[in-house]
Structures are given as structure tokens and as C-alpha cells.
Design a protein around this ligand. Structure first.
Ligand SMILES: [Zn+2]
Length: 215
């Protein structure tokens, strides 16, 4: 198997990213006060936004769901010293890198600034090793085999339909957008949450490295 080079970059525009970042910073205290609620609600847990992602060239990447950001913060994996206020309140929300370079970014809870720092590859690889298994242990979708009528062409009968087993991706939740989350946490709208699915079959790091897939 050859070495696959894959990187992940959100498709949203810079404008959108800026808007989401401002919304997040304005409501960071509200989000943190409601950590417990977010960690028990599938739709909230899997809220994804444009600046929270991993985009490592050799290890793959993807969005980091809000619930995983909160767990990583609580466990100290996504914490660092802020460049501006020097306090240990930099909440890492994304990272990227290659063989000889790396960077981490996020928001400081104290001075409310967006922080970007360069780091050694070993730094972001360490975060990757701790965070990716958490992401995989809270799946938001599943591949299932379903029987479907599939159209076939026959020289004798023209188009005929045959039953065939096909693989389909099923999403467990309709994850909320950041804007919706904020509105609901403020109590402007109510939601009946789906219970969060936790898989205990967390893949090993070796398996994750072999797959190198976006999650
Ligand atoms: Zn700071």
C-alpha cells in the first residue's frame, strides 16, 4: 500500500468562518455553562463549525465535533498557554501540519482572542493520537446493508428491476449549526434531543493509521 497523502479543509468561505468565529467567541461562556447539555445531546455533540477541524497532511483529518472539543478541553488535551495573556486558557480547536511543520489554533477563554501558534510535528501528532480515538468512539453515522430495487438493462426485456444488497450511509443525527445551537441554549427554541451514541469499539491507533480516512 502506498502512502496516501490526504488533507482536509472545510469548504466554507473565509467570510463564513469569520462570522462563526465571532459568534463562538460571543457565546463561549454560554456554551461552556451548558457543557453537560451538549455532552448528552447527539445533535449538539455533533455540531461542527468551520474553524474546528484537523487537517494533517499525512494523517488525514476532518471536523472536530463540539462534544469532542469539550471532552478534550476537560481532559487537558486541548489546552495550552495563550500567546497574548500567558494564561493556560487557550482552548485548541484545530490543528494541521506535515512532516516538518505544524500549527494549532483556537480561542483563549480569558482574553477571548483567536490564537494561532506554530508547533513541532510531535505536538500536533500527540493531539491527533489522543483526539481521533475520541472522535471515533462517538460515531454520527453508520454504514448499513439494505435491499434495494436496482435498475438493470436486459437486451430481451429492456429495463428490469432486481433486488440487490447495497451499502448505505445512515446518519444518526441531524447535527445543529452553531447559530441554531446558540439560539437553543439561550432558550429561544426547544429541542427533543436524541441520546448520544457511544461506541466502545474504539479502533486502535494502528487501524486508524492504516485507514487514514476523514472521519
Ligand atoms: Zn489569552
Amino acid at each position: 500500500m502506498g502512502l496516501k497523502i490526504e488533507s482536509f479543509k472545510p469548504e466554507e468561505s473565509e467570510e463564513h468562518k469569520k462570522r462563526e468565529l465571532n459568534l463562538f467567541i460571543e457565546n463561549m461562556d454560554l456554551i461552556l455553562e451548558n457543557s453537560h447539555k451538549i455532552l448528552s445531546c447527539g445533535e449538539y455533540f455533533h455540531c461542527k463549525f468551520s474553524f474546528a477541524y484537523a487537517g494533517t497532511i499525512y494523517l488525514g483529518g476532518g471536523y472536530i465535533p463540539l462534544g469532542v472539543l469539550i471532552i478534550g478541553r476537560q481532559e487537558g488535551i486541548l489546552r495550552d498557554k495563550c500567546l497574548y495573556c500567558n494564561k493556560e486558557t487557550f482552548w485548541i480547536m484545530g490543528f494541521s501540519g506535515g512532516f516538518s511543520f505544524g500549527s494549532k489554533w483556537g480561542v483563549c477563554e480569558e482574553c477571548k482572542k483567536f490564537v494561532v501558534t506554530n508547533c513541532k510535528p510531535s505536538d500536533y501528532i500527540e493531539i491527533w493520537q489522543k483526539i481521533v480515538p475520541i472522535i471515533h468512539s462517538y460515531p454520527s453515522w453508520q454504514i448499513v446493508e439494505v435491499e434495494k430495487e436496482v435498475a438493470h438493462f436486459s437486451w430481451l426485456k429492456g429495463i428490469v428491476y432486481k433486488k440487490k444488497k447495497v451499502k448505505e450511509k445512515i446518519d444518526f443525527y441531524e447535527s445543529v449549526k452553531l447559530q441554531e445551537l446558540v439560539r437553543e441554549l439561550r432558550g429561544e427554541k426547544k429541542r427533543k434531543c436524541k441520546e448520544l451514541i457511544h461506541s466502545f469499539k474504539t479502533p486502535t491507533l494502528k487501524n486508524l493509521l492504516l485507514k487514514r480516512k476523514a472521519w
